[in-house]
Each structure stands twice: as structure tokens, then as C-alpha cells.
Design a protein around this ligand. Structure first.
Ligand code: SF4
Length: 285
């Protein structure tokens, strides 16, 4: 009997495959795979030469070469390019930043500019101090955020609050926003056209708040802020110049909940941010 796979897992697998394809890796399955799984995976060799009769591959060794079920698994389209960030806006005086943010919120309105609008309950604009010295950017709202209209209020938000407190700051002293303002279905990664449609508003928020330090939480935030796709490992652990500010890349709190062993690494990243801000660890302050 054919094995099924839930849509969320399938999307996660497809996203991982796209990521590897971006790196130029197209062959993944070197070990025999349960044939009943073949129907759930896309044809990775669609644009590759036909190797089905190549000595040493499936026909002779029994190794798996993915087969496409054209009814269920169309080929994955190539990634759309990341939009070029807008020009840096002029400085908004500190006293006017709250109203400048409100103007952006008003312009977004009851947004239907991308497909994500259809599944949202509440649009999640951003939260925190309009004059924050530190800003965090995540990927997109989850279920709790979608219900409350505020960023990072679920379990990952609680962890982010703890990270902020460990830096010696209060949540209300920082500003928090996301790459997209509406929840992607099943918490999937935003599609490039969705992110490209929404990020101009994010860039405007960043330009208004103009924090000293911006922390990108996870690969999606890093990708759309820096305008380049790179593995997170290559972006962490250093300071990036970004629109006249300093940008640090670290893990998304949701990832840290799944793999708490990486909290130490995330803390090392936050200490870079603290150094840029001239903050000392609370214990050493
Ligand atoms: S994600 Fe952004 S662009 Fe898309 S509908 Fe929501 S606010 Fe509009």
C-alpha cells in the first residue's frame, strides 16, 4: 500500500531539496529506498541527463533513482530571485518614529498584495520600541502570532524573551518584526514572491527604527535582509554591514526549541550583538 506523507512534512522536504538544488546538489539517494516512498518525492533528475542506464546506478545496483508521478509531484520550479532592497530612507527623528511606523501600518491596510492574506486571522506588523537600539527580524507569524496580531508570542516568543532578558534588556526596549506579516499555511517558509512583496514594508520599518544592531533570526530572515542565499553557518559569528547598521545572524528560536544544543551557539551570536551595543552580560554588569 502506498505510504502517505502529511502536507507540512512534504513542504519541509521540498524546501530542503530546493535548498540543496540551490547549492548545485541534485543527487541525494545513494542508498536503496523503500519503493513505496517513490511517489511522494519529486523528480530530482528532471533537468538532468537521463542516467537510468548508466552503469552503477539503479538498473544494476538496485539504488534508487527517483521516479516522478506526474499526477502528484510536478517538478519544483527554480527559485525566483530575491528582490533588490529599496534605497535607504532618510533618518526619521526619534520623536516622529512612532507616527512614521503608524503611517507604514496604515499603508499596508487590510493587505491582499500576496497570497498569504487568504489564510491570516491577524496581520502581524511589528512590536516594540520605535527607537530601539536592537531589532530582531524573524521569518513570519505562527499560529499564536496570527491569533494575537503580535510577533513572537508563542513558545518561540517565550524563548526570544529569555534571550532578550539574558542580554540585560526588556522586550519593550527592542523592536521585533518578520519577513512576512501574514502566517504562511502550516508555518511553511514564505515563497520568494510572498517575501519579495512584503519585505519593502519591513525595510521601511527598519529604516524608521534605525537600530544600531539588527539580529536576523534564521536563514529566511538572513536571506531577505542580506539579499543572498547562503547557509546559516556561513553567515553566523560575524558582523555584517547592513544599511548603515550592524547585522548579526543567528538561529531562529523555533529551531532552538527543536535543537536546544544550539542555544550555546546562539548565545555566542547574541554576545556579538551585545558587544556592538556596549552591553555587558547581566552577571558581569
Ligand atoms: S504577507 Fe505582507 S504582502 Fe502578503 S498579504 Fe500579508 S502584509 Fe500583504
Amino acid at each position: 500500500m502506498a505510504r502517505t506523507i502529511d502536507p507540512g512534512t512534504r513542504e519541509a522536504v521540498l524546501e530542503r531539496i530546493r535548498f540543496y538544488r540551490d547549492l548545485g546538489l541534485t543527487e541525494f539517494y545513494r542508498r536503496p529506498v523503500d519503493a513505496s516512498m517513490h511517489h511522494v518525492l519529486p523528480d530530482l533528475s528532471a533537468s538532468e541527463p537521463d542516467v537510468s542506464n548508466t552503469p552503477g546506478l539503479a538498473s544494476e545496483t538496485g539504488e534508487f533513482i527517483p521516479q516522478r508521478d506526474s499526477q502528484e509531484d510536478p517538478p519544483i520550479p527554480p527559485r525566483k530571485p530575491i528582490s533588490i532592497p529599496p534605497k535607504i530612507a532618510s533618518v526619521v527623528p526619534s520623536a516622529d518614529r512612532a507616527s512614521a511606523l503608524q503611517l507604514i501600518r496604515d499603508e499596508i491596510g487590510d493587505c491582499t498584495r500576496c497570497a498569504l492574506h487568504s489564510g491570516r486571522n491577524k496581520l502581524v506588523f511589528g512590536d516594540g520600541s520605535p527607537s530601539a537600539r536592537l531589532m530582531f527580524v524573524g521569518e513570519g507569524p505562527g499560529a499564536d502570532e496570527d491569533a494575537q496580531g503580535l510577533p513572537f508570542v508563542g513558545k518561540a516568543g517565550q524563548l526570544l524573551n529569555n534571550m532578550i532578558a539574558a542580554m540585560g534588556l526588556k522586550r519593550e526596549e527592542v523592536y521585533i518584526a518578520n519577513v512576512v506579516k501574514c502566517r504562511p499555511p502550516g508555518n511553511r517558509t514564505p515563497e520568494p514572491d510572498e517575501a519579495n512583496t512584503c519585505t519593502p514594508f519591513l525595510f521601511r520599518q527598519i529604516d524608521v527604527v534605525r537600530p544600531q544592531v539588527l539580529v536576523a533570526l534564521g536563514a529566511t530572515a538572513a536571506t531577505y535582509l542580506l539579499g543572498q542565499r547562503q547557509p546559516l553557518a556561513g553567515l553566523r559569528g560575524r558582523v555584517h554591514a547592513f544599511r548603515g547598521m550592524h547585522l548579526i545572524v543567528t538561529y531562529h528560536p523555533a529551531y532552538l526549541l527543536r535543537d536546544p544544543r544550539q542555544k550555546k551557539e546562539a548565545w555566542a551570536d547574541l554576545q556579538i550583538a551585545m558587544r556592538e551595543l556596549g552591553l555587558k552580560s547581566p552577571a558581569k554588569a
